[in-house]
Design a protein around this ligand. Structure first.
Ligand code: GRF
Length: 201
């Protein structure tokens, strides 16, 4: 299956996907970054994957930015669109356009801690556990149907970076696994539910 990956930063999830690409039947057609200095672009280049930078600061409106991103994605006619640390909020029209084939990874146990700074917020809230969620993207920010989660315990001496590090280890295992479900045709979005092997998750 052909996939386009969108990033904004380090791209460690992108790396996990690239490393597993053969095993999960994924051909990464291109990587799109909203930031020109994202290290993920270097990772893509090293893997001979075409890259595009679409800098959101160069657009007057969210609609114009989304249109530019869509235009680039659609050139590759992907079967799956993978948001791997892409730090922009999309318009409803964009989410609608890729409905059922766009996945996002979010570093919290959704529905808890949508948005930013999730690790610090989980610590501040006195949570005993934290983790990562992968969900279908619908028009609701971080609110589409959840496909899978991994949990980590929050330790007494954790700070946001020590916690983020342990969550990332789980992210790198979970995302390729979920993408594989999708490329195998086992995972679908049906009536706003995430469905795996015919069962609602
Ligand atoms: C990850 O924590 C991901 O869950 C979040 O942004 C971070 C991206 O990290 N959406 P990386 O760029 O994949 O290293």
């Amino acid at each position: 299956m052909r996939g386009v990956v969108l990033i904004s930063g380090s791209g460690s999830n992108l790396q996990a996907i690239i490393d597993q690409a053969n095993n999960i039947d994924l051909d990464v057609s291109c990587v799109i970054s909203s930031h020109a200095d994202a290290y993920g672009l270097t990772r893509a280049e090293k893997a001979n994957i075409p890259t595009h930078v679409i800098d959101h600061t160069e657009f007057d409106s969210r609609e114009d930015f989304d249109q530019a991103v869509s235009k680039t994605i659609d050139q590759y006619n992907p079967d799956i669109v993978i948001l791997a640390g892409f730090m922009r909020i999309f318009t409803e029209a964009f989410a609608q356009h890729y409905c059922g084939k766009m996945l996002n990874i979010h570093p919290s146990l959704l529905p808890k801690f949508q948005g930013l700074n999730t690790h610090q917020r989980a610590i501040d809230a006195g949570e005993s556990e934290h983790g990562v969620s992968i969900h279908f993207v619908t028009a609701k920010l971080d609110g589409g149907p959840i496909i899978a989660q991994s949990r980590v315990a929050i330790l007494a001496d954790d700070n946001s970076s020590s916690l983020a590090k342990r969550v990332l280890v789980e992210e790198h295992k979970l995302f390729p696994k979920v993408i594989h479900w999708f490329t195998q045709g086992r995972l679908k979005l049906e009536n706003d539910n995430a469905v795996l092997d015919g069962k609602i998750l």
